[in-house]
Design a protein around this ligand. Structure first.
Ligand SMILES: Cc1cc2nc3c(=O)[nH]c(=O)nc-3n(C[C@H](O)[C@H](O)[C@H](O)COP(=O)(O)O)c2cc1C
Length: 201
């Protein structure tokens, strides 16, 4: 008979509950992204690690957004978002867009180089590793978060630098030693303008 796995609570370890849940979930390394949206020509950005791809047919991605964030309100209004996958040297971006005291609108992006995503015009960081430009297809309520599903209307790699990783509640770096120096695709360069002249949603 298979021996039953005991929880750490049963063996006198940490208790169950949200803090322990977060600690255990932290063993699962993720990348870090900047989620951005555009409402009436004003952008909003937010750091998110709860991002994943979902489907190849159609091309769907998912980001889990806390229901109490401004981002959730804005995405519900705009029905569009863009994801920038952050590089190891972009910890400052992650910190900035997770800081509740950051300025709103374009001011939050002022110190970064951004471009308008081809389909939606949402700001994408030029120095990220990749982007996904998405139209919202579904929003599912799930506890204190919303599962925001988007169809990827445009997407591309921007760079081959090492990736920013989040594990055990800390930032880490994932070297991509296998990456060639060959430059990645740059579809943001074509058909793209400065974010200021992005189409309004
Ligand atoms: C590394 C990291 C990952 C995060 N991931 C998420 C996430 O996946 N979903 C989320 O709703 N908030 C996440 N947050 C928290 C938001 O970035 C933070 O609450 C932000 O200030 C919310 O912005 P807003 O209310 O202005 O939209 C994360 C923060 C950090 C530092």
């Amino acid at each position: 008979m298979t021996r039953r796995l005991q929880t750490s609570e049963e063996t006198g370890g940490p208790r169950s509950g949200p803090l322990h849940f977060r600690q255990v979930a932290g063993c699962f390394p993720t990348g870090i992204t900047l989620v951005s949206t555009l409402v009436n020509g004003e952008p909003h950005g937010m750091t998110a690690n709860a991002f994943t791809t979902v489907s190849l047919d159609p091309l769907l991605v998912l980001v889990c957004v806390n229901r109490n964030t401004r981002m959730q309100r804005f995405i519900e209004a705009s029905r569009v978002f863009a994801i920038t996958v952050l590089a190891a040297d972009q910890q400052d971006v992650s910190g900035r867009f997770a800081d509740a005291t950051r300025p709103t609108g374009w001011a939050a992006f002022a110190t970064f180089t951004y471009l308008a995503a081809p389909a939606t015009g949402c700001p994408v960081l030029r120095h990220g590793l990749a982007f996904f430009d998405c139209a919202v297809t579904d929003i599912h309520l799930a506890g204190d978060h919303c599962l925001v599903v988007g169809e990827a209307l445009a997407f591309d790699e921007l760079d081959k630098r090492p990736a920013l990783v989040f594990v055990d509640g800390r930032y880490a770096t994932l070297p991509r030693s296998w990456a060639t120096s060959e430059t990645a695709g740059h579809s943001l360069r074509t058909g793209c303008c400065s974010a200021r002249s992005a189409p309004q949603t």
